[in-house]
Design a protein around this ligand. Structure first.
Ligand code: SF4
Length: 332
């Protein structure tokens, strides 16, 4: 199956924000930290038509920055994202409506002063996908499609629960008739029972509309539930990528193994038996460790790891791992 979305060598740096005091101090020759933060470095992947690629990593690893570049919201510092060969951004501007985004916090992403019927139809009207005269009917159809009463089109966001607002956010994204959806932690702010409802809605609409998706989450079980393939991200780079069954069933990167070990598994008597939090903390992207960025936390680290950064090496089974010792089996 051919790739629809291709990300090539994506990199994103952020310049530090200097206060007036810092700038004055720098002008007088004082040492002020001016190094850019490398949030994402040299990330490449492809997503095939109809496929969902899950992107997992700890908070602060760069996955949302990567998602925003794929969605055409944030220009990369280097590299390119393309949809069937066409770049999704030209300069700072998005070139396509084929990619839409669903964010974590629907309350923050919905205009509190706009009725939700208008929120859903605004983009499609502006892009000529629906006539202004038919906007309310159009919005009502989408509300119904995401499981809400069409009569609520005249309400404001604060009149909805968190789960209902996320349904509105999904309707707004899909009303633009995208064939690619970037979901950035779409259920992280919801109660567990509501999460399941929203995930089921996502799966149902994905199948019905044939969507290609990038699904970002820190929650391994959520990603496993919805993804065909999974990419594991650590400190701005992908360290392992492969089919969901292979990455979850036989992880090869020590970070992936540590992430999976950190998920509580329940015995019949409901006692967690394999919960093992990952040692240490994610290093600052301002001062990434030399060699393999995971080495300060890795139980298998050797001198080679401390010296040389491992490249992402692709195997015959379509998976790729960035670890000098990936072939040496799992940690006992
Ligand atoms: Fe651990 Fe070395 Fe592999 Fe990095 S390269 S994950 S430090 S074994």
């Amino acid at each position: 199956m051919s790739a629809v979305v291709v990300a090539e060598a994506l990199t994103r740096r952020f310049d530090p924000h200097l206060s007036i005091g810092d700038r004055i101090a720098a002008a007088f020759g004082a040492r002020v930290e001016t190094r850019p933060v490398r949030a994402v470095t040299d990330v490449s992947f492809a997503i095939r038509k109809g496929e969902t690629l899950g992107l997992v990593g700890e908070s602060g690893c760069g996955k949302s920055t990567l998602g925003r570049m794929v969605a055409g919201i944030l220009p990369p510092s280097g590299g390119v994202v393309s949809v069937e060969g066409q770049p999704v951004m030209r300069g700072r501007h998005k070139t396509t409506t084929r990619i839409q985004t669903v964010f974590q916090d629907p309350f923050a992403s919905l205009n509190p002063r706009r009725r939700i019927g208008e929120t859903i139809s605004e983009g499609p009207v502006a892009h000529g996908l629906v006539a202004r005269a038919g906007a309310l009917t159009f919005a009502a159809e989408w509300l119904s499609r995401v499981g809400l009463d069409p009569a609520v089109a005249m309400r404001f966001p604060h009149q909805f629960s968190g789960g209902q607002r996320q349904r509105v956010a999904i309707a707004r994204a899909l009303a633009m008739q995208p064939d690619i959806l970037v979901c950035d932690e779409p259920v992280a702010s919801l109660d567990v029972s509501i999460q399941a409802q929203i995930l089921n809605l996502f799966l149902e609409l994905r199948e019905a509309l044939g969507l290609t998706c990038l699904f970002i989450s820190h929650d391994l079980s959520v990603v496993r539930h919805v993804s065909h393939r999974v990419a594991i991200m650590y400190l701005g780079r992908i360290v392992e990528i492969g089919s969901a069954s292979r990455v979850y069933g036989a992880p090869r990167h020590p970070y992936t193994q540590a992430l999976l070990d950190s998920v509580p598994r329940l015995r019949i008597d409901d006692v967690a038996v394999t919960f093992r939090p990952i040692a240490g903390e994610l290093p600052s992207p301002l001062a990434p460790p030399a060699g393999c960025a995971f080495h300060p936390r890795c139980p298998r680290a050797t001198d080679l790891c401390r010296r040389e950064r491992p490249e992402l090496r692709h195997g015959a089974d379509g998976t790729a791992v960035a670890c000098h010792h990936a072939e040496e089996g799992t940690i006992p």
